[in-house]
Design a protein around this ligand. Structure first.
Ligand code: HEC
Length: 435
């Protein structure tokens, strides 16, 4: 501290002549009003403002300043904004990517290191407008949803621990339809406490039991809806139910009879279902593998899945529990012997669930016979800050204190013709894009 202030003093003296008449030295260090306010607006305010899920509001210098040291720590460790996806390996072109640029992180850190100065208030940007709470964000583009399915009512208390609400609800879908877009919408009143809300389709098997058909929607706070890539059909099955998994995190406001909604936009009548490739969003588990993580121990597991036809991978969402610390997916192509990591989350946190959706044209294209390898790493030592009890043996199971190891992966199922065509399109785009 002493050293900094001495340097500060010298440079202040040195700058005095140059500064005569100037309001603020430009470029010496970042200020709140000039750079930091804009970075906070773009990356943090969606959650960090009154009534949203961030525990504190970041809408003014007075609100941000006391948190400066913690902000520095959280952005450097990339815990905030909460989006755990490695920047140095795998596909980097993602839709709805919350990661901050290295440049913005460096600017925030430099600002805190300079003593978090306000700067000249005249440089402050206008307050940023956020989408209205409780309205479909896809509506301006697509109109209102064709079909809305709501969770059954649940009383959210004003305070207390995390809670899960997992009702099954009939969909009323009479015949199979192709989905164009999906959005999950918490109620206006419980907007701040609905941390995430996932839904999946269930259908009845021959014995009449309800079994998983596929994922309908996945929602984490602050998210937009999901559009199914063009030319693909994600089926909404007839005679189905929706199983909700809603994670509430009380935020001070008690809400009686709360309901979360999922809106579905179907493909238009003239959509050629026969020409479309089927896309599904499914869980890829470790196949048959049970495992046990010993007290104070570490473990790595791997799951494998092969396709007998070519596929396009559209999104990936890792899922582990409290001992899980990292996961990735790789593609192994036995025809070439090549193995390639396509996505990795090496600072995984169970508090956040994200589906990493690859941008159109960047989705991995995989030949028939290739294998998806899912690798997960667990840390049951006291070094894992999320570990509730390092003295326990931990096995696979449903409870939060058990472990889980699977991914939700959206896959478009191709044939050889479609696969070759997509490869050619990519090659053409690459050739066209080259200088
Ligand atoms: C998607 C919503 C969301 C976004 C975006 C977000 N935060 Fe947060 N933030 C939260 C939530 C929820 C918590 C409390 C739970 C937690 O720490 O995970 C939190 C906690 C924090 C904390 C306090 C941690 C502690 O230990 O008390 C800091 C500091 C923070 N965020 C800074 C930021 C900054 C800086 C940004 C932008 C660069 C940002 N957050 C973006 C939701 C968000």
């Amino acid at each position: 501290m002493k050293k900094t202030s001495v340097i500060g003093l010298f440079s202040a003296i040195a700058l005095v002549p140059a500064l005569a008449g100037a309001a603020e030295p430009i470029g010496e260090h970042p200020t709140y009003s000039r750079e930091v306010s804009r970075i906070i607006q773009d990356n943090c305010q969606i959650c960090h403002q009154d009534g949203q899920i961030g525990p504190m509001s970041f809408t003014s210098y007075e609100e941000v300043r006391p948190w400066a040291p913690l902000i520095r720590m959280k952005v450097l460790s990339r815990e905030m904004p909460p989006y755990q996806y490695d920047a140095d390996i795998g596909v980097q072109e993602l839709k709805g990517d919350w990661r901050m640029s290295q440049e913005d992180i460096d600017t925030l850190v430099a600002w805190v290191d300079a003593g978090s100065p306000m700067g000249n208030p005249e440089h402050l940007p206008a307050a940023k407008q956020f989408p209205a709470v409780g309205e479909w964000r896809l509506e301006p583009e697509l109109g209102p949803p064709d079909h809305i399915i709501k969770s059954t009512k649940w009383d959210v208390p004003g305070s207390g621990q995390d809670m899960w609400w997992e009702p099954d609800v009939p969909t009323g879908i009479a015949e199979n339809r192709c989905i164009k877009a999906i959005e999950t919408l918490p109620s206006q009143a419980a907007h701040g406490s609905t941390h995430h809300a996932n839904s999946q389709f269930l259908v009845q098997n021959e014995e009449g039991e309800w079994v998983t058909f596929g994922r309908l929607s996945e929602y984490a706070y602050g998210k937009l809806g999901e559009m199914v890539p063009e030319g693909a059909c994600r089926t909404a099955p007839a005679n189905s139910q929706v199983r909700w998994s809603i994670h509430y995190y009380p935020d001070g406001n008690a809400v009686a009879d709360d309901q979360v909604s999922v809106g579905i936009w179907y493909q238009d009548e003239d959509f050629d279902e026969d020409a479309a490739y089927e896309q599904d969003l499914r869980l890829y588990a470790l196949q048959g593998g049970d495992y046990a993580i010993e007290p104070h121990g570490k473990l790595m597991t791997q799951g494998f899945h092969s396709f007998d036809h070519p596929v396009r991978i559209d999104s990936w969402q890792p899922h582990l529990h409290l001992r899980g610390v990292a996961m990735n997916i790789e593609i192994y192509d036995p025809s070439t012997g090549r193995r390639e990591v396509i996505s990795q989350a090496s600072n995984w946190s169970a508090g956040w669930n994200h589906s990493h959706t690859y941008k159109d044209g960047s989705q991995p294209l995989i030949p028939a016979g290739a294998t998806i390898i899912q690798t997960a790493w667990y840390d049951n030592t006291a070094d894992n800050p999320f570990n509730p009890d390092p003295d326990q043996w931990v096995g696979a199971g449903q409870r939060t204190t058990d472990e889980m190891s699977h991914s939700w992966i959206a896959v478009t199922h191709l044939d050889e013709e479609g696969y070759e065509m997509m490869l050619e399109e990519r090659a053409a785009a690459e050739a066209g894009g080259a200088p």
